[in-house]
Design a protein around this ligand. Structure first.
Ligand code: BTN
Length: 266
């Protein structure tokens, strides 16, 4: 990954500084190291390959060399701790915006953090927040996006549940990662400015518009228990509102739900 692609990005916050690495444990680890060194807000850490990429709930995230976009963004948002879920929404919205509007792909967000095409995951978002250097909400937003993984390279256990841009584009010619990264950084910055400027309605409306689960019957796993119902509302901070068969509605926050499955009808 050549660093010169990313100098002079005309963004307000995200991408003012970009650091590129070849092989790392996890770009999130490097981002936290930079936070402790006082990195400026919006710094982006990118790697060609991660050997310990991580997803939500400590799940492993496969990140083979130059086959996808593996990046982390350092943010110091002025948000209450319960509002940091907005960052997850911002990441998922930016990736979906990119896939819909640059690649014309019918991508949606499977709450809370999966970007899907059809029923297969193409990207995942993770947000980690800590109290560091007097900042109550120092946050690292990690984005993992499968780009140049072909159908034959996809591990067999992931074939039915995971996809990539190459597969969805029916193409054999690999994409230039740098070009997509620039577009992604612009969109991450565009959506982050909505948070900075407190235009939270724009995030809320798009969160609903891009949702794969709103008004769908789903089953969720909460502390090992399976619950079923219809998603009647969703909100980046409050989570999803699930209405059961008896009409009782309850909100569930992202960190409480281990897994969500959309029930396929017919
Ligand atoms: C998920 O689907 O659970 C989230 C996956 C997030 C993966 C990205 S890749 C870049 C960054 N570094 C990591 O270790 N994880 C995130």
């Amino acid at each position: 990954m050549e660093e010169y692609y990313f100098v002079n990005l005309k963004t307000k916050t995200i991408g003012r500084k970009v650091v590129c690495h070849k092989k790392v444990t996890s770009t999130n680890d490097l981002a936290w190291l930079e936070v402790t060194r006082g990195a400026e807000e919006g710094t982006v850490i990118i790697a060609d390959e991660q050997i310990c990429g991580r997803g939500r709930f400590g799940r492993a995230w496969s990140s083979p060399n130059q086959k996808g976009i593996w990046l982390s963004v350092i943010l110091y948002p002025s948000l209450f701790p319960e509002e940091t879920f907005l960052l997850m929404a911002l990441g998922a919205i930016a990736v979906t915006d990119l896939l819909k509007n640059k690649f014309n792909l019918p991508s949606l967000i499977r709450w809370p953090n999966d970007v899907i095409i059809g029923n297969r995951k193409v990207a995942g978002i993770i947000v980690e927040s800590k109290y560091v250097n007097q900042c109550p909400n120092a946050s690292v937003l990690g984005v993992g996006m499968n780009i140049n993984i072909s159908e034959s390279e996809m591990p067999s256990e992931l074939k039915n549940i995971t996809t990539s841009l190459l597969i969805e584009n029916n193409s054999a010619v690999p994409f230039k990662l740098e070009v997509i990264i620039v577009d992604l950084i612009y969109l991450l910055d565009k959506w982050y400015q909505k948070i900075v400027n407190k235009e939270l309605n724009a995030i809320q409306d798009t969160w609903r518009e891009f949702s794969a689960v709103l008004n769908k019957n789903v089953s969720i796993q909460v502390k090992g228990q399976s619950l079923e119902g219809k998603v009647t509302d969703l909100d980046p901070c409050k989570g999803i509102e699930l209405k059961d068969r008896s009409g009782n509605a309850q909100w569930w926050r992202g960190e409480m739900v281990d897994m969500l499955r959309v029930q396929q009808i017919g």
